[in-house]
Design a protein around this ligand. Sequence first.
Ligand code: C5P
Length: 225
Amino acid sequence: MNHNPVWLALDLPRLDSAEELARKVSGHIGGLKLGLEFFYAHGHHGVHEIHKIGLPIFLDLKLHDIPNTVAGAMQSIHVLEPSIVTVHAAGGRAMMEDAKAAAGEHCKVVAVTVLTSLDSDDLAATGIHAAPHDQALRLAELAHAAGVDGIVCSGHEVAAVHDQWKDGYFVVPGLRPADSKTSDQKRTVTPREARDAGASVLVVGRPISRAADPLAAARAIEATL
Ligand code: C5P
């Protein structure tokens, strides 16, 4: 595995476009993230095709079911040799333990804590009366206790979780380069800030995939690290 912490989210509906983009920037990223749209559209065949590019694969499948079913799903994807797979921490300790036990030897299991699309009101509507940040830290503790490798968290939480889990593997999405158009609109974190706060993997999608020149965008991000 190379040591570039930037992994490209290949959130493109077409397999040929995803392959083309990945090949174009492959020298300037550390791995490729394939999510639900890709996996449901292209399945094992699509993952095998993307593997040919020669970069490690992150299957962002966000598994959440009873422990036995999640363990079975993990076994069904062994053949794809993913380097990282996601599960939902809300699935509970036994589910995470069984997911880790069923994962391949070289596969990191990483738990999603609180989706960034949920605010306190959304959590309260599901019976969780905690701020998203506090709930994320609580689920991070549970994931740690369950023996998975790390969690997915926002750039705003990574420093706090890193403090309580020194050797955790932290996957951080939702990043925007300093010159990005959205950076003055939202509370964004740059790839460099996230890495300095303890992120292990920096997930970058649209700042590269929707750039007029994806190769230049990937190079520019790499140069900041
Ligand atoms: O926003 P961007 O296109 O860089 O997102 C890249 C990936 O990160 C997406 O595949 C999305 O699933 C994930 N993401 C996330 N939480 C966010 C923003 C993006 O999990 N707040």
